[in-house]
Design a protein around this ligand. Structure first.
Ligand SMILES: Cc1cc2nc3c(=O)[nH]c(=O)nc-3n(C[C@H](O)[C@H](O)[C@H](O)COP(=O)(O)OP(=O)(O)OC[C@H]3O[C@@H](n4cnc5c(N)ncnc54)[C@H](O)[C@@H]3O)c2cc1C
Length: 475
């Protein structure tokens, strides 16, 4: 589908070793971690530097060929899915940390640097890149910028946009721009704020100047065990209502506990309905009192036990169980689909009941991972993707869960983005006039719609409509 003349031009930019051309090799890029939609790109190119990205974009836009940026491919909404008429631009060879400036608490990193690699590079100096998505071992800083990624600890420290000072950015016509300001707020419009979260539809991030945060001087990590999900989620809103802002407040239900114990055997109670990991951090003085207050609130809500991690090893085991929980679920199901929605914290008990009812009605098994402090739910629907009818039930159940979020005053994504997965739900959330305003803004950056087409917005050729299982039109 990609004309041979264009292939030759691209080969001369990146070299033949950075082109993935064969059908078999392109299949590795047919989906991200949202596996309900799969389609091989027409070609994959792997540029090694910003100049190559810019030259690729100039070539493709000159020929009117669509292109899609991709980082590590851990996205959970199908944001980096392409069609056979498009070129996938993989940024994962661009892994250089260009500069670390601890005096000014910033670092400049290329888009393909993994999130955790950034933190590891400054950890021995007592710093971190604070956004910590559970996929942080693999996901890229470029992908974090595109999705405005969150994570367990973004409850207190804020999501990716709060930690990006400036961007190096290739526009949709192939020009290299520097956006933002290393000293903080730049005068004029907040273009960094616009680009972060635009899901790769405004152009390509080639590097980011990130804010480095001091590691907290002291931390207390609690594990509270509950007989009911309602008690666990009520604890969450009570803790926040009492004026405590924990660094993180994460819930895992019985389904997740079962998977995590099968994988890691860290001693979570298999007979519990849910556990909450509650972490408070800051200066040591007063931290024990805060932990005791949180413990009291959990007990008042019926926690059967609350214990503090005795040492760093125990704390690390708890976080390993949480951050690797999705992977652990692979042990107990053939396929799974991770949903992402948000409700006001106080609506969590009701929403968790909605999720249980929806899953039961569709005869699906569900396990719940919840960034509970943020009201951000991740129900994980388990199924067998070889069964087309079951797959359709997963899609319907996912949509119903997100509709329940909207009814309860929430929204359809907390951190994974809209991608192709949630396009059909956008009109439930926004009026036609609101959607038009957003499309006009996108057109200012991406006037011909060549950069990551048919994502986020229900345009006339919605990708989801094309790719929906059972509706795989020839493209
Ligand atoms: C097990 C697991 C746990 C997860 N936990 C979390 C979590 O806690 N919090 C969270 O927010 N997410 C989480 N995610 C989702 C995912 O990891 C994040 O969305 C992450 O930010 C995606 O990064 P990536 O490099 O994999 O991007 P990709 O999947 O490659 O791409 C995601 C989107 O970003 C665009 N994009 C990628 N790179 C660029 C670039 N350089 N310039 C412009 N656009 C670009 C793509 O076009 C696509 O639209 C999880 C995923 C998995 C599989």
């Amino acid at each position: 589908m990609i004309p041979p003349a264009v292939m030759n031009e691209l080969r001369s930019i990146v070299g033949p070793e950075a082109m993935i051309e064969s059908a078999a090799a392109r299949r590795a890029y047919e989906c991200d971690a949202f596996t309900l939609v799969r389609h091989s790109p027409g070609l994959v190119v792997l540029p090694g530097c910003t100049a190559e990205v810019a030259a690729i974009v100039r070539c493709l836009s000159g020929h009117g060929i669509p292109f899609v940026p991709r980082g590590a491919g851990t996205g959970l909404a199908g944001g980096s899915i392409t069609r056979a008429d498009a070129v996938l631009i993989g940024l994962n060879r661009m892994r250089r940390i260009r500069r670390i400036d601890l005096r000014n608490r910033l670092a400049e990193v290329e888009a393909g640097v993994a999130n955790l690699a950034m933190t590891r590079a400054v950890a021995s100096d007592g710093f971190q890149f604070a956004p910590d998505p559970s996929s942080q071992q693999a996901c890229s800083i470029g992908g974090n910028c595109a999705t405005n990624a969150g994570g367990p600890h973004t409850l207190k420290c804020g999501v990716t946009v709060n930690h990006i000072l400036a961007l190096e950015f290739v526009t949709c016509s192939g020009e290299v721009r520097r956006i933002g300001c290393e000293q903080g707020d730049a005068p004029g419009l907040d273009l960094v704020g616009l680009i972060v979260g635009s899901e790769g539809t405004f152009g390509i991030v080639t590097a980011a100047t990130v804010r480095l945060s001091r590691n907290p001087p002291a931390v207390r990590t609690l594990l509270a065990v509950f007989e009911s999900i309602g008690d666990a989620t009520r604890t969450v809103s009570d803790i926040i209502a009492r004026g405590i802002t924990p660094a993180a407040m994460e819930m895992m239900d019985a389904g997740v506990i079962e998977a995590v114990e099968a994988a890691f055997q860290i001693g979570l109670p298999l007979d519990a309905a849910a556990v909450l990991i509650i972490e408070v951090d800051g200066v040591a003085a007063g931290l024990d009192a805060e932990a005791e207050q949180a413990t009291g609130i959990a007990r008042a809500n019926g926690a059967r036990s609350v214990r503090a991690a005795a040492n760093e090893e125990e704390r690390a085991a708890l976080w390993k169980s949480r951050k690797r929980a999705a992977g652990a679920l692979g042990r107990i199901t053939t396929s799974y689909c991770t949903q992402d929605g948000v409700v006001p914290r106080s609506e969590l008990p009701g929403l968790m009941a909605d999720i249980a009812e929806i899953a039961a009605r569709h005869a699906l098994r569900v396990a719940n991972l919840v960034h509970a402090g943020d009201g951000n739910i991740h129900p994980i629907l388990m199924y067998d993707e070889r069964d087309a009818e079951q797959t359709q039930r997963v899609i319907r159940a996912g949509e119903e869960i997100l509709q329940a979020c909207i009814r309860r005053g929430g929204t359809i994504t907390g951190e994974h983005g809209v991608g192709v997965e949630k396009i059909d739900l956008m009109p439930m959330l926004f009026s036609p006039a609101d959607l038009q305003s957003m499309l006009r803004l996108r057109a200012a950056f991406n006037p011909r719609g060549l950069c990551n087409p048919h994502k986020i917005f229900p345009d006339t050729k919605g990708c989801w409509e094309i790719y929906k299982p059972g509706k795989r039109a020839a493209v």
